[in-house]
Design a protein around this ligand. Structure first.
Ligand SMILES: Cc1cc2nc3c(=O)[nH]c(=O)nc-3n(C[C@H](O)[C@H](O)[C@H](O)COP(=O)(O)OP(=O)(O)OC[C@H]3O[C@@H](n4cnc5c(N)ncnc54)[C@H](O)[C@@H]3O)c2cc1C
Length: 425
């Protein structure tokens, strides 16, 4: 791998990718597979080859996978595909000169550029927020730093009852930690899932011994003489924790794009081809705000599936294609032996229908979302994986195909979801 390139006007420009995360790694692969014979330069600030983040909060913290096993592809694949991986931070993009400048001053010219800069974990702005023992979980390095804290009997306190916080809570319980989750909202998982699913997930965590506090947030952390942390909450109560994990969402890494004059709203704005407002510059993954195939409205997705599929579309279009990104959104989360999934865009629903699966402690729920024309625009559900996995997959297929089942069919567990595929246009 050649890490000493500088701009040479006589050298044909490369395909350049900023951000060697999931999108970056996959896009580099697709560029080669799609027939680009020239240079591919993948520049990332993290000192490792691209890896998948979902196992970090699950298998890695549970000790079932090593961080190295999360690699997106083997190192040999990058060599074989002649992908130059440079560990560096890109400081500027010059869209007129069609080049990027690295922190060490190197300048690299691009034929086409992909911004795949993802996002950074949001920080708390309260006293003690940077004390040792107050952690976040976005990168492999974060997981490596956090994992040794998950000792049996240790008290782990999570700030934020979103997906990352709840997955860490489940992993920590499996290692015998005492776990507290502090969530500012009156329910878990915010608006990502319907209230009844939030309530089911709350009951699940409480049944697993997690102390979940809703409607409160931290106001300060203080290091004690014994090295533990005193956590003051806004409701006036205090907790003592060995480790605090802050999981309050991410901020999309848009600074480069903004400084380069690209259109940026809640993310880097792209069109259906994932092209930004600057010629030859594309954006994809967590950082990109793209038009929904359902509504045309700009949306941003922070999901594995979005990273995986947008990387391909971006690569095709960087090579001169005109492919529109029309993939149906999909997301999953694993907690204990439960799975939760959301597909499509539930926010577009005019009405919703619930289907109950199984009974008692084996009960799961599916929610279907129909638009005003009776088309299925979303589905979400959760429950024991063995009960819901197959049904969630079928629900996702129904959404992808734009099926138009009746509310009565959707609500009745006696009607097989597979049979409803025939209602697709
Ligand atoms: C702990 C965890 C668990 C998750 N679990 C799930 C799950 O169960 N299901 C699911 O669907 N999704 C999950 N996700 C989300 C999923 O992993 C992300 O959506 C995905 O990683 C996004 O990929 P990306 O390439 O857009 O961004 P990232 O993977 O964040 O990669 C961006 C990269 O760009 C680099 N970078 C940024 N700026 C610069 C710069 N100026 N110069 C050089 N490099 C730069 C960053 O260092 C980073 O390496 C999880 C995420 C985390 C953190």
């Amino acid at each position: 791998m050649d890490a000493s390139r500088t701009h040479n006007p006589d050298r044909p420009a490369a395909m350049v990718i900023v951000g060697a995360g999931h999108v970056g790694g996959r896009a580099a692969q697709h560029l080669r597979e799609q027939g680009w014979a020239g240079e591919i330069v993948l520049i990332g600030a993290e000192p490792v080859l691209p890896y998948e983040r979902p196992p970090l909060s699950k298998a890695v913290l549970k000790g079932e996978m090593t961080p190295g096993q999360c690699a997106l592809r083997a190192a040999a694949d990058y060599d074989r595909d002649r992908i130059t991986h440079i560990v560096a931070t890109v400081q500027a993009v010059d869209t007129a000169a069609r080049s990027v400048t690295l922190a060490d001053g190197r300048v690299i010219a691009y034929a086409a550029l992909l911004l795949a800069t993802g996002g950074v974990a949001r920080k708390l702005d309260i006293p003690g927020a940077t004390l040792p023992g107050v952690c976040e979980l976005r990168t492999q390095a974060d997981a490596i730093a956090l994992a040794p804290s998950l000792q049996a009997g240790a008290h782990l306190l999570l700030i934020g009852g979103g997906f990352i916080g709840l997955e860490v809570a489940a992993s920590a319980r499996s290692r015998g930690c005492e776990v507290t989750v502090i969530e500012g909202a009156p329910r878990l998982l915010g608006r990502a899932v319907p209230a009844s699913i939030g309530a089911q997930v709350l009951a699940l965590h409480r049944s697993q011994g997690v102390d979940v506090r809703l409607g409160s947030g931290p106001s300060a952390f203080v290091q004690r003489a014994d090295g533990r942390l005193d956590v003051s909450l806004q409701d006036g109560s205090t907790r003592v924790a060995d480790t605090v994990v802050v999981g309050i969402g991410i901020t999309p890494a848009t600074e480069l794009a903004r400084a380069a004059g690209l259109a940026v709203e809640r993310g880097i704005v792209v069109n259906a081809q994932l092209a930004t407002s600057a010629a030859g510059v594309y954006a994809a993954g967590d950082v990109a705000e793209f038009p929904s195939a359902f509504s045309g409205q700009l949306i941003r997705q922070e999901t594995w599936h979005n990273a995986e599929t947008q990387a391909r579309t971006a690569a095709v279009n960087m090579l001169g294609g005109h492919e529109a990104y029309t993939v149906t959104p999909w997301f999953w989360s694993d907690q204990y032996d439960w799975q939760l999934q959301v597909s499509g865009e539930p926010a577009l629903a005019a009405s919703s229908v619930v289907r109950t699966l199984g009974e008692g402690s084996e009960a799961g729920e599916l929610h279907f979302y129909l638009d005003a024309d009776g088309r299925l625009v979303g589905a979400s559900g959760c429950g024991p994986t063995r009960v819901v996995a197959k049904e969630l997959k079928l629900a996702r297929t129904l959404v992808e195909r734009g099926a138009r089942p009746t509310a009565a069919q959707l609500a009745d567990p006696g009607v097989k979801l597979k049979a409803l595929l025939s209602t697709a246009a």
